[in-house]
Every structure is written in structure tokens, then in C-alpha cells.
Design a protein. Structure first.
Length: 480
């Protein structure tokens, strides 16, 4: 999309001949309402509700004080109602209410949640190959690096897609995904010791998978990704109950990531062709807050999943870590599907509230009720998934009330943060989540219990909920 063409007064007048014009007669001062209606007539004629006009007035920089002094109306909503009544529509009113642009099917969202959760089963297959705390540190450092990098990379690619330039998005992924995999491998190597080559190799393969999976998810190839993960997932489920031989585990760990890598490469090679866009496009630094948000939420998820195990030490290796983290980690990753669907439901409910409200206060109340309803539904889903994971995972233990409370707090933090991201307030979400992750990490390193250390994400969750009500309770935040 191209931007508007701005013309200065000089641009418009230099090419016109000097034509003498009669001196205008002095008349009574024009009606400010008529002048405003004439200036905005095209927008007013197309408005389907006075609240659309209120949003236009607010975006034009009109404050309530200016409206009272200039137009004699109390606020933008009252002025919008007068303008709506003054200027007739230029098209017949529709017989039916306008459709819901935020209606999405639940099934694709659930599919994405499943795709997020299945890679965690790789740790089940890799458990016999890594014992002790050191390999876990290598894997966690590499995973967090990839999480942050690929969040930022996905935002940059989505920005190009939003501009309608799919080849540029593919080129961004083609450059960024290998760099992210290399960075993850380097971090794993830097954290590792001299006798942890197996952990470094596994972490490097994990980094490669993260980059390839990001490519397929951004380009809308979730079904291909799910099919590629099927062999490894099936083998991991079998390994939960039976002793799978080592060579079979290695084969299963290799086949799915290789399939994902081949599929991602094919998608990129097919997508990079096309016209090269000229100068411009999304700024690289604009994706930085998304990376910070990804890193912060990754750290918080690890805290709630592992809890006091981080303090006591992971002497049992991947197996012990997986057993401790399974209920929380599985619940959170699976819940990302319903979370995405509920984000759309919030936007749909906010749109309905915008159409039904006649005052700013009424719209703020409608937004707060919609937020409470959607967030409550998400937390119920998260709690149900955590309970099911605890029952179905044979080795899960210690998922007590403190960890369940922490899980719900992290869920609140993540969902409200994603909601703010969806409305462009990513800096606020990244700042609050980053501060919470830092404080909780320092608390855990200082020996605090999981219940005490959950105070930071609890306060952060309250702060984000307040920010959502303050920022999204304004009509202008919901413009298309």
C-alpha cells in the first residue's frame, strides 16, 4: 500500500495563472457546525454509526474542551450524534446488521495450539541421552534464544505480509531463520562444557527446528508442520509407556526435524521469487519489542513449569525436568490455540460494544465486561488442560496449588500481553513482562519459594489488565 499524497498550498498554486477575484463581501460568521460538516462530509456520509464519527473526531485531535468551546457540545460523542443526524447517508441502510469481521473458526486455532505443543515430546525421546543439570542448562539457553529470535522474525515477516509483499516476507525468513539457528547453536556451545557434545548437538537441532517451524507457521502451512511432526510424536507417546531402543529414539528424533527443514526450504524457494520492493518497508527495530516479549514469556513459562526444581537442581536430567514441567508446559502450549481464538472473540465483543454504546463510559464498561469474559474463559481452559496433563502424564508429580496458581497468573500475563500486542501496544506488554521475568528470576536465584516468587507475575498480570482496560476502553483503539 502506498501512503497518501500530501500537497502543500504552494504545490497546488504555483501552476495556476493569476486570476483576479472579486473581493468577498463581509457576512455574518459561518456556523462552525456547518463548516465541520462540510469538511468531513465524505466521511460522515459513509458512517454507519455515530461512534464511527466520534472516532474520526478523536483521531483528528479534537478534545472535549475544544468541542465545548467551539461547537457547544459536551464531548465527541454528542457532537458525533449531531453530525450524524445533520448529514444524510449516501447509500441505503442495510437490512441486516453488518457482519463480524473478527469471526474465525475454532478448529484452525486448536490446530496451531497442537503444533506448538507436539515438539515438546522430543524431550521424552532424548531423556536417556542427557542426565545431570548441565545439559538442561544448554538446552534451556538455546531454547530461550530461539524463542526470542523467532518471535521478532515472525513479526517482521508478518509485517511484509501485511503490506501485501509475500516475496519480501519469504526473503526475510530465508535470511532470519538460518541466522537464528546459528545463534541458538552458538549460545548452546557457549553455555556447554567440554563433555556435553550430545547436548550441544540436540540444542543445535532444536534451533534448526525452531527456525524451520517459524517459516511454516508464518506462511500458513500448519497442516504440513503437523504431518511432519507425526512420526516423532507417535514415537514419544510409545516411549512414555515402553522402553524404546536407543537407535529408534535417534531415528525418531531425526526424521521429523529433517522433514520440517525440507518443507520449510521448499516453501522459501517457492516464495522468494517476485518483484523486489523498492526502498521502504517495516523497520528492523520495530520487531525488537516482540523479541523481548518472547524472551520474557519464555522465562516466565520456565519458572511456572519447573518451579522449585530450578532451585533444587536438575540432577535427573531431561527426564526429571520433563516430568516436573509436563503439566504446566503442556497446558500453556496447548492453550495458545484457544487463546488465539479468544483474542478474536474479544475484538468481536468490543466491536459489538462499540455499536451498542452511546457514551464513552458505556463503551468502557462493555470493554471491561468483554475482557473479563474472554480472560475468564481462557483461564478455565488453561486450568482444565493443566488438570488433564497432570492425570495423563505418568511421571508428573509435585504440581501443587502454588504451581497451579503461578500457572494461572502466567496465563493471565501472556493472554493480556498478546491482546495488547494485537492492538499495537507491544512496548507496554514487553516492558511489563520483561520486568516480571527479571524480578522472578532474581527471586528464585535468591532462594525464594515458587509461591513467593509468583508475586512478580501476579502484579504484572494486574498491571496488564489495567492497561488493557485503559487503552482498549477508547473507541479510537478499535478503528479498522
Amino acid at each position: 500500500m502506498s501512503g497518501p499524497l500530501w500537497l502543500t498550498p504552494d504545490d497546488r498554486q504555483d501552476t495556476l495563472p493569476a486570476i483576479p477575484r472579486p473581493r468577498p463581501r463581509r457576512t455574518a460568521a459561518a456556523d462552525p457546525m456547518e463548516e465541520l460538516a462540510d469538511r468531513l462530509r465524505g466521511l460522515l456520509e459513509a458512517a454507519v454509526h455515530p461512534d464511527e464519527i466520534a472516532a474520526i473526531l478523536e483521531s483528528d485531535g479534537m478534545t472535549d474542551d475544544h468541542i465545548r468551546l467551539t461547537y457547544g457540545r459536551a464531548d465527541s460523542f454528542e457532537l458525533a450524534e449531531d453530525l450524524y443526524a445533520r448529514v444524510p447517508r449516501t447509500y441505503p441502510e442495510p437490512a441486516l446488521a453488518p457482519g463480524d469481521p473478527w469471526h474465525v473458526s475454532l478448529l484452525p486455532c486448536l490446530l496451531r495450539g497442537l503444533v506448538f505443543a507436539l515438539p515438546g515430546l522430543a524431550y521424552v525421546l532424548a531423556a536417556p541421552f542427557a542426565t545431570g543439570a548441565a545439559p538442561i542448562a544448554v538446552l534451556l539457553a538455546s531454547a530461550l534464544t530461539g524463542w526470542a529470535w523467532n518471535q521478532a522474525l515472525a513479526h517482521r515477516a508478518y509485517s511484509w505480509l501485511g503490506l501485501g509483499d509475500r516475496p519480501a516476507a519469504a526473503r526475510a525468513l530465508l535470511t532470519g531463520a538460518p541466522l537464528g539457528a546459528l545463534l541458538g547453536a552458538c549460545v548452546a556451545l557457549a553455555v556447554s562444557g567440554t563433555d556435553e557434545g550430545g547436548a550441544v548437538a540436540f540444542a543445535s537441532a532444536q534451533a534448526l527446528y525452531q527456525g524451520a517451524a517459524t517459516v511454516l507457521l508464518v506462511l500458513g502451512r500448519e497442516r504440513l508442520l503437523l504431518a511432519a511432526l507425526a512420526p516423532m510424536s507417535a514415537g514419544a507417546v510409545v516411549a512414555l509407556w515402553y522402553d524404546v531402543p536407543g537407535p529408534a529414539r535417534v531415528a525418531l528424533l531425526a526424521v521429523s526435524p529433517l522433514a520440517v527443514l525440507v518443507l520449510a526450504a521448499a516453501e522459501l524457494l517457492r516464495g522468494v521469487g517476485g518483484r523486489v520492493r523498492g526502498p521502504g518497508g517495516p523497520r528492523v527495530l520495530a520487531s525488537l519489542p516482540y523479541g523481548v516479549f518472547g524472551l520474557a514469556t519464555g522465562v516466565l513459562v520456565l519458572h511456572v513449569a519447573l518451579g522449585d526444581v530450578l532451585v533444587e537442581g536438575l540432577t535427573g536430567g531431561i527426564g526429571a525436568a520433563g516430568a516436573a514441567a509436563a503439566p504446566g508446559a503442556v497446558a500453556l502450549t496447548l492453550s495458545m490455540g484457544p487463546a488465539e481464538w479468544l483474542l478474536h472473540r474479544f475484538r468481536s465483543g468490543a466491536l459489538a460494544g462499540l455499536r451498542a454504546s452511546t457514551t464513552p463510559e458505556a463503551f468502557r464498561r462493555a470493554t471491561a465486561l468483554t475482557l473479563a469474559r474472554c480472560l475468564g474463559q481462557y483461564l478455565l481452559v488453561l486450568a482444565a488442560l493443566a488438570a488433564a496433563s497432570t492425570l495423563l502424564w505418568p511421571q508428573a508429580g509435585g504440581f501443587d496449588g502454588a504451581r497451579a496458581t503461578g500457572l494461572l497468573l502466567i496465563g493471565t500475563l501472556m493472554w493480556t500481553g498478546l491482546l495488547l500486542q494485537a492492538f499495537g501496544a507491544v512496548v507496554a506488554a514487553a516492558s511489563v513482562c520483561g520486568a516480571a521475568a527479571l524480578v522472578q528470576t532474581l527471586a528464585v536465584l535468591g532462594g525464594a519459594s515458587s509461591l513467593a516468587s509468583s508475586a512478580a507475575p501476579g502484579l504484572a498480570a494486574v498491571a496488564l489488565a489495567v492497561l488493557v482496560c485503559a487503552l482498549l476502553g477508547r473507541a479510537t483503539a478499535h478503528r479498522p
